[in-house]
Design a protein around this ligand. Structure first.
Ligand SMILES: Nc1ncnc2c1ncn2[C@@H]1O[C@H](COP(=O)(O)OP(=O)(O)O)[C@@H](O)[C@H]1O
Ligand SMILES: [Mg+2]
Ligand SMILES: [Zn+2]
Length: 510
């Protein structure tokens, strides 16, 4: 007696088809699972046996062999419990699956036969849909997430009993749908607004430029000046996620198992702010069955590293390549996995170890050596990936208590959107989307300066003592400022403003 049932495995952020083949033959009772199962899949044996018995069905007292094909691909997790069980029931004539070649089963079983949620449902359903599957049985708790994909019927199952009753016709499981429109409208409200930040006009301008050109930012200021508050408001002025971006973000959160149950689709750009004690594995992802790390959870959004110099040096090293490539590669024993991480990095730091260098309220207690050591914790190559460095000063009491109306995030976002559009058109077909991605070769073409302006920039370099790395950063940021102004050419005022966002380079990182 033989049966074959389909399910889905996960490799990185993509699904792959797994065919669960069951052969039941006479002979010494035995139960084997072959086809590169990991420890969790092997343990399915105990769960499957108990779940079948406790649902009032019969586990065959025969030789039961399960093959998970393709046998060459590693299978992990507990999501194979349900398809294995269904396959055994089908092979022993206890269940007849209609349209088996268009139907997938995914789910973990408890010993009592109830079905538990699994991570990564969304990429699996996407895979199933793209490969011609039309019916998918998923754990009830994953139903919202699964139903995001149009064109497949999602059947949420709370127990093995429900699945059996569905196929006997005793009680059909109702197809699950979600109203995506409703979710779209719900999300926008929860974002923090720049309207709440008093004063700091200069910093807000820098953040607007960052959002408009997709530049990474370093905020430098004493404790309590509002750095965290400012950074948290970035997602609200970044362009809205497109549906495809939203799916990609949701996929990653789905795999990591951090998707809220009532939120099937992530509609806001992520804002992740891992604590400075995070390990490199926590940042880049990994573990025995690899999960996306903070870098990938921030994909299409903001990674905020508060107190940057407090992070371990090796953790900061891990950042460099992914920031450049937009993806993070995790090495495993026999293979590598790649997760996307197109992120905007916002980092904050105090000006010195005690935090009060240059502060009006308190005296700095650091020695010059301590100050130097503190700053040197951030390596040049990492700084190289940060286009904008801006000081966050103390806000005047008058500003803080002022009732003057400040601009809302929605208003700022309009300008950001417009400026992004200009860049999308300019770089069409070039595989880049924003000024921050301009390569050295492209800089000459798109950031050309007049002789006069070139001379001005040179003088600024000499007098301010800017480091060489500042040069291309200044050009890119000047390009974005010109785009915000709607100017085709970069002019002196654009350059002058861009230099402002590097002066810290000279002041702090000589
Ligand atoms: N410019 C500001 N406008 C309104 N509130 C502010 C401002 N700056 C600071 N605050 C208040 O001070 C608190 C501390 O700011 P925070 O962003 O945590 O500072 P930092 O991260 O620089 O240490 C904020 O939660 C906010 O209530
Ligand atoms: Mg803070
Ligand atoms: Zn100090």
């Amino acid at each position: 007696m033989f049966s074959q049932i389909s399910t889905c495995g996960l490799m990185g952020i993509d699904g792959f088809e797994v065919s669960v083949q069951t052969d039941v033959s006479n002979g010494m009772p035995a139960f084997e699972i072959v086809g590169l199962p990991d420890a969790a899949v092997k343990e399915a044996k105990e769960r499957v046996k108990a779940a079948i018995k406790n649902t009032g069905l019969r586990f065959p007292a025969k030789r039961v062999i399960i093959n998970l094909a393709p046998a060459s691909q590693k299978k992990g997790g507990a999501g194979y419990d349900l398809p294995i069980t269904v396959s055994i029931l089908a092979a022993t004539d206890q269940m007849t699956v209609d349209d088996a070649d268009e139907t997938m089963f995914i789910g973990e079983l408890s010993l009592d036969g109830s079905i538990n949620s699994v991570d990564g449902i969304l990429p699996m359903v996407i895979y199933a849909y793209k490969n011609g599957y039309r019916n998918i049985f998923v754990p009830k708790d994953n139903a919202n997430e699964a139903a995001v994909i149009d064109g497949v019927r999602i059947y949420p199952a709370a127990s093995l009993r429900e699945v059996c009753d569905h196929f006997t016709g005793a009680a059909r499981i109702a197809e699950h749908t979600v109203n995506l429109k409703e979710y779209f409208s719900r999300s926008a409200e929860s974002l923090l607004d720049f309207r709440d930040v008093k004063g700091h006009e200069n910093v807000k301008r820098a953040l607007e430029i960052a959002a408009a050109g997709n530049h990474n930012v370093l905020l430098i200021g004493s404790p309590g000046t509002g750095k965290t508050m400012l950074a948290q408001r970035m997602p609200g002025i970044l362009p809205d996620l497109t549906f495809d971006e939203s799916l990609e973000v949701t996929k990653i959160h789905s795999i990591a198992g951090v998707l809220p149950k009532n939120m099937p689709l992530i509609l806001n750009r992520p804002f992740r702010s891992p604590h400075h004690t995070i390990s490199s594995a926590g940042l880049s992802g990994g573990g025995s069955s690899p999960k996306p790390g903070e870098l990938s959870l921030a994909h299409n959004g903001v990674l905020f590293l508060d107190e940057l110099p407090e992070f371990h040096r090796d953790v900061l090293e891990v950042l460099r390549q992914p920031l450049e490539d937009g993806e993070v590669t995790i090495s495993r024993v026999n293979s590598t996995l790649t997760y996307p991480c197109n992120i905007m990095l916002i980092a904050s730091m105090n000006p010195c170890r005690c935090g009060y260098l240059g502060d009006r309220r308190r005296q700095c207690t650091c020695t010059p050596k301590q100050i130097n050591n503190y700053r040197r914790r951030i390596s040049g190559p990492l700084l190289d990936r940060i286009d904008i460095q801006v000081e966050v000063p103390n806000v005047d009491y008058d500003d803080l208590t002022s009732r003057a109306k400040t601009e809302s995030s929605a208003e700022i976002k309009k300008r950001v959107n417009r400026t992004r559009q200009v860049q999308l058109e300019r770089y069409k077909g070039m595989n880049i989307y924003s000024n921050s991605q301009l390569t050295a070769g492209m800089l000459q073409k798109y950031c050309a300066l007049s002789d006069e302006d070139n001379e001005m920039l040179k003088v600024a370099f000499d007098t301010l003592g800017l480091s060489a790395r500042a040069h291309s950063r200044i050009l890119k940021v000047a390009r974005t400022i010109a785009d915000l102004d709607g100017d085709e050419n970069i002019n002196a005022s654009h350059i002058a403003e861009a230099i402002q966002y590097r002066s810290l380079d000279r002041k702090y990182f000589e």
